[in-house]
Structure formats: structure tokens, C-alpha cells
Write a protein that binds this ligand. Structure first.
Ligand code: PMP
Length: 397
């Protein structure tokens, strides 16, 4: 149809810049959470956020099966405020609040909706959101939805944030928001300094623990707990889609905050509750994160440090982090894509991340590790990545 031709043209332009995204059939390998099957081949999976390897934990699948067998039904039927607030959700939220020591918690359908819902419930016209420029897209979209002013500060640059806070001293409400661990760089936010600034300027502080929930903290509570600043963080967001191996998201904070969100967060109010069997699986996953998770976290921390050190020693630019997300910055989009394809040919699934997900000129390979990977598998992968980097001229040393 002629009205739609613009789309073909724009897609051609995207493809010519090596920026078109495509979907590829990729399946789980039963019992092997560190691997995937694609195109008839089994690949070492360094591209998922299944940090603890829980996506294939038999106890989680069993909890879901038991709930279904007990007759909870497939769907919840409506929004939780209508008829969908099944008991397992209350039980899960009580367990979440106890784990976070926060007073209350609320489950959302996913992290994207949690960020959009929370930000647009907390601020509006006349307010200002101070947001790290590398924050996740769902935070950016939540700010747009809220209609508050978006004051972006340079990545982890506290002097810049302070200048912006000074500039907007008169705003009605101020909200500082940050990822705890940045999804494409794997480095952490300076949470202690953020708490300092929040106090000084009377701002609310919201931390997205998507990549740190389950991964940091003695019981997997996240980076805020690991650093002992949780009591000064007004809003914690976490997702169940990564270390928890499942789907869904949580917000934890004061009972007043949760009451407010129940009344004002539109993605919570106007969307059907998650299937109830999922709540049973989530409760089991939360228990595993707190118990068995401890040795998984230890193993993951050790293997992440080792893998990062191997790649750094090989000469790659791997950034500043100490999380299981290890970027290798390539720069050029087509080069990043070629690198990813060469890795796949060698049996490694690792995704090329390109603009607009990351800033122009910083296309990269994003390796994400899991406690399911062994030290030998990762050492072998690092050696292959080095060899391919040399062959493609990404590494000149
Ligand atoms: N926040 C961050 C920092 C993320 O990386 C993601 C997922 N990529 C989300 C939120 C969204 O979470 P979900 O996948 O549960 O929608």
C-alpha cells in the first residue's frame, strides 16, 4: 500500500547502517541453562540475563505445575483491582517486603511496566526527574509518560547531577532515578553519593535493581542492601525476568508508597494480573534466591571477575564494572555485528548491541554470564573471543 512505503524505505536505511533488528528462533536446551539451541546447533549462551541459572530450576517448574494442578486456572481474569487479586500475589508481596525489609511491596507484570507506572505515578507537570543518561529505556519512557521535565545527567557524574539539582531547586517534586547496575555497561551507580544528594536537595530516590536483584546482597536483596543504603532509597524496582529466571517485577517501599501506586500506577490499574500459577513460581524462585542463591552468587562473582580479567588482559575495552555483564566495546555497528556472527560460528551466542540502545559509536558485544557456566567453559570462551577479536582486527595486539 502506498501509504506504507515510508516504512520499507526506513527499514532499508536501518539495514544499510547494520542497525536493523531481527528475531531468530532460539530454544532452551533441557537441563542446561547455560546453553541455547539455534539453527540446529547448541551454543554457549552469553546473551541471557539468567544470572543464577534459575530459568531451568526444577523446583520453580514444579511450583507452577502444582498451582495449575490445584486448579488455579490459566489466567487471572482481570486487573487485580477488579477480580484478579489472587491470594498467591498477596503471599508473594508479603515475602518480598520481608526480604527487602521495606514494609510493603507490589508486583507488576514486568520491569518495563513497573518503571513506566511508578515514575508516572510519582511525578507530573511541574516536577523534574533527574536521570542518568545511560538509564534503561523503560525509565526514559516512564519519564515521557509522566510529562515531568527530564533532566539527564552524564553517566554517574555527580557534579553534573548537583548542578542540575541546583538549577531546578524550585521544582515542585524532584525524583532522582538510576539503574543500580547499568544494563549495557555492567558498571554500578554511586549509590552512597546519590543518597547524599537526595538528602541535601530533598529529592526522592528510585533505584532500578533489574540487574542486581538476586545478584548482590547477602540474600540477593540487591546492591542497595549490599552497600547498606537501602533505608535511604525511597523506591526499589526489581524484575523477576533476570536472576529470578522467570517473569514479572516488584516495587518495594513504604506502605504509603504502595498504597499510592495501587491507586495511581496506570500499568498496574489498567492491566490484567499475571497468571496466578506464575505467582507460585515466583514465590519459589524468591526462596531459592535467598537460600541456594548464596553459593550461586559466590560462583558468579568469581567467574565474572575472572572472565573480565581474561578479556582485559587480551586487550579488550571491558569498562569499569564488577557485575556479570561484561561489555566489549567495538565502536562500529557493522564490526560489532561481524564479531557476533563470528562468535556464533564458533559456538558462542553473544549479542551485538547497537544504537539506539547504546550511544552512537559505542556498538559492542554484551556478554552476560550465569552461575550455570563453569570456570572452564568461560576460560575457553574468553580464549576464543580473543582469537576472533584478533582475526577481525578488533584487537590489534
Ligand atoms: N530495567 C532495566 C535496567 C532493564 O535492563 C530491564 C530489562 N532489560 C528492565 C528494567 C525491564 O524489565 P522487564 O524485562 O522485566 O520488562
Amino acid at each position: 500500500m502506498p501509504e506504507m512505503i515510508w516504512m520499507e524505505e526506513e527499514l532499508r536505511a536501518l539495514a544499510s547502517e547494520a542497525r536493523e533488528r531481527t528475531l531468530r528462533d532460539t530454544d532452551a536446551v533441557p537441563g542446561r541453562p547455560g546453553y541455547v539451541r539455534r539453527g540446529g546447533r547448541i551454543l554457549l549462551n552469553l546473551s541471557s540475563n539468567d544470572y543464577l541459572g534459575l530459568s531451568q530450576h526444577p523446583a520453580i517448574a514444579e511450583a507452577i505445575r502444582e498451582a495449575l494442578a490445584a486448579g488455579c486456572g490459566a489466567g487471572s481474569g482481570a486487573s487485580r483491582l477488579v477480580t484478579g487479586s489472587r491470594t498467591p500475589y498477596r503471599e508473594l508481596e508479603e515475602a518480598l517486603a520481608a526480604w527487602q525489609r521495606s514494609g510493603a511491596a507490589l508486583v507488576f507484570a514486568n520491569g518495563y511496566m513497573a518503571n513506566c507506572g511508578v515514575i508516572s505515578a510519582l511525578v507530573g507537570r511541574g516536577d523534574v526527574v533527574f536521570s542518568d543518561r545511560l538509564n534503561h529505556a523503560s525509565i526514559v519512557d516512564g519519564i515521557a509518560l509522566s510529562r515531568a521535565e527530564h533532566a539527564r545527567y552524564r553517566h554517574n557524574d555527580m557534579a553534573h547531577l548537583r548542578r542540575l539539582l541546583d538549577k531546578h531547586k524550585q521544582a515542585r517534586r524532584k525524583l532522582i532515578v538510576t539503574d543500580a547496575v547499568f544494563s549495557m555497561d555492567g558498571d554500578a551507580a554511586p549509590l552512597r553519593e546519590l543518597v547524599q544528594l537526595k538528602r541535601e536537595y530533598g529529592a526522592m530516590l528510585m533505584v532500578d535493581e533489574a540487574h542486581s536483584g538476586g545478584v548482590f546482597g547477602p540474600r540477593g536483596e540487591g546492591l542497595c542492601h549490599a552497600l547498606g543504603v537501602q533505608a535511604d532509597v525511597d523506591v526499589h524496582i526489581g524484575t523477576f525476568s533476570k536472576a529470578f529466571g522467570l517473569y514479572g517485577a516488584y516495587v518495594s517501599g513504604s506502605p504509603t508508597l504502595i498504597r499510592w501506586l495501587t491507586n495511581k500506577a496506570r500499568p498496574f490499574i489498567y492491566s490484567t494480573a499475571l497468571p496466578p500459577a506464575l505467582a507460585a513460581g515466583l514465590l519459589r524462585s524468591l526462596m531459592l534466591v535467598q537460600t541456594e542463591g548464596a553459593h550461586m552468587r559466590k560462583r558468579l562473582a568469581e567467574s565474572s571477575a575472572r572472565f573480565r580479567a581474561d578479556l582485559r588482559e587480551a586487550g579488550f575495552a571491558v569498562g569499569e564494572g564488577d557485575s556479570p555483564i561484561v561489555p566489549v566495546i567495538v565502536g562500529d555497528n557493522a564490526a560489532a555485528l561481524r564479531f557476533s556472527e563470528a562468535l556464533e560460528a564458533e559456538g558462542i551466542a553473544a549479542v551485538a548491541i547497537r544504537p539506539p540502545t547504546v550511544p552512537d559509536g559505542t556498538a559492542r558485544l554484551r556478554f552476560s554470564l550465569s552461575a550455570a557456566h563453569t570456570g572452564e567453559e568461560l576460560a575457553d570462551a574468553a580464549a576464543r573471543i580473543r582469537d576472533i577479536g584478533r582475526r577481525l582486527g578488533v584487537l590489534t595486539g
